[in-house]
Design a protein around this ligand. Structure first.
Ligand code: EPZ
Length: 431
């Protein structure tokens, strides 16, 4: 489980080339999988990345009595018709924040749910107060006993409520959409998150009978009804915008020619604007992005840009770490302000050991000065996104880098080493 990657750096040469395909979006498919609890018939899911988090979600579902059939790679059929269990597997849920989205559909369908405080990447406090408060508003009682929350809907049925999120939380928005689908009456989520994965979830649920209005805006209205029916309608995963963005940074820094395929450029518009402003030449097509003849442009010709992470459509916190790697190479000084998670800049210590000029101002802000020559080092990824950023830094660097704790990278990126090798990266996995 504790694999390592060994990456041989290109020492600043831009030699990568070819095509890299973006996989289905982790943060969309995990929610779709949870939503299958709302269905009376089977749900077929396509283009599902077989990453560790997906495997864990499948295990939790199986533990709840859900039947899962893997038809072929990335193609699953999920049948929740026999599910009755309402207690989330503790060990797995504690490993993964996304497990919390199951509470919405389980509570909505069965009238009760028991779950531990969810874990996940160590990037900040990651509270769950919005969930607890929202369920109370929907008429549920909340008890905490032996490290688990026990939530029960009055009369086994949630009732619609108005829920105002103090911060537009992605998982809370998704959870209350799903809770509202089988609740009595109307649920309104105010100050809801706008991330494209939310609309993607809502669109599929709507196509199967759910009454949801406003997904993708800051006010979502759900009118409760009966169990949903897929009637054979398949869900195909949307492309992962974090992979898209990370590959863009990799391409800009290390590739001569790179085509990023199966992506949705609109979902990474802010990154495209920023990279273009800093001098990266990009050709944006409908479902692909091209980086062409980039080999002659020296990274130091790229201009630094200040970054402030924000909810969608602002700069995604999940792309903050790859962007910092980009900024270590661009000319000038950039202020990076991580507004969402207070622990999400800690990885910059390791980048500094690789030679980056980064000054931490406080847990939310760093100053990055470029260009700096990076040297291969042994680093350990604290979360999956920083893990991929280390891989990018390793590819760019002079010498060899060892990236420890690869499990975290495997949580979100399927077979990343094989996909990178295809475009010319020298990367090996060691167990
Ligand atoms: C989702 O996390 C993603 N995870 C994260 O992806 C992503 O970084 C994040 O949204 C922001 O885009 C999944 O979709 C599974 P939040 P989530 O609730 O929903 C505060 C990745 O690498 N908050 O939107 O957990 C919270 O502390 C990851 O794939 C409360 O205060 O994030 C944070 O400051 C990591 N109380 C802010 O809201 C609550 O009850 C936004 O968090 C809930 C959240």
């Amino acid at each position: 489980m504790n694999d390592k990657f060994v990456v041989k750096g290109l020492n600043g040469k831009k030699t990568l080339s070819g095509k890299i395909r973006v996989n289905g979006a982790k943060n969309a498919v995990l929610k779709l999988m949870a939503s299958t609890i709302l269905f009376e018939d089977k749900v077929e899911l396509l283009d599902i990345p077989e990453i560790e988090d997906v495997k864990r979600m499948l295990e939790i579902l199986e533990d709840l009595g859900v039947k899962i059939e893997r038809k072929e790679k990335g193609h699953f059929v999920i049948d929740t018709s026999k599910a009755k269990e309402t207690v989330l597997n503790r060990e797995i849920s504690e490993m993964m924040r996304a497990s919390i989205v199951l509470t919405g559909p389980i509570l909505s369908r069965f009238g009760e749910v028991t779950f531990p405080i969810p874990g996940g990447c160590v990037i900040g406090a990651r509270a769950i107060d919005f969930f607890i408060d929202g369920f109370k508003k929907m008429g549920a009682s909340v008890n905490f006993d032996k490290g688990a929350y026990i939530i029960k809907a009055k009369g086994k049925k949630l009732r619609g409520a108005e829920i105002f999120l103090k911060t537009p939380s992605v998982t809370a928005t998704e959870t209350f959409i799903m809770a509202g689908v089988l609740a009595n009456g109307k649920t309104v989520i105010k100050n809801s998150a706008l991330e494209p994965e939310i609309k993607n979830l809502a669109d599929y649920l709507i196509s199967c009978g759910a009454k949801i209005k406003g997904a993708g805006t800051s006010r979502i209205e759900i009118t409760g009804g009966n169990l949903l029916k897929s009637k054979g309608k398949k869900y195909k995963a949307m492309p992962d915008r974090v992979e898209t963005g990370s590959f863009l940074v990799l391409g800009a820094l290390c590739a001569d020619n790179l085509e990023i395929t199966n992506c949705n450029p609109d979902d990474v518009e802010i990154l495209l604007e920023i990279l273009k402003d800093s001098g990266v030449l990009l050709e944006v097509k409908k479902n692909s992005i091209l980086i062409k003849n980039n080999g002659k442009i020296k990274n130091k010709e790229f201009k630094s840009v200040n970054i402030k992470t924000k909810e969608y459509p602002g700069f995604p916190t999940d792309l903050q770490a790859p962007m910092v790697v980009f900024l270590t190479q661009a000319s000038g000084e950039a202020l990076v302000f991580e507004t969402i998670f207070e622990g999400r800049l800690n990885y910059t210590e390791d980048l500094k050991r690789m030679g980056a000029d980064i000054l931490m101002l406080d847990p939310h802000r760093v100053l990055v000065k470029g260009p700096a020559v990076l040297r291969g080092r042994k680093v350990e990824s604290p979360d999956l996104r920083a893990g991929l950023a280390f891989i990018i830094a390793g590819i760019l660097a002079k010498g060899e880098s060892i990236i420890d704790n690869v499990y975290l990278i495997d949580r979100g990126y399927e077979n990343i080493e094989e996909r990178l090798r295809k475009i010319g990266v020298d990367i090996e996995r060691f167990s």
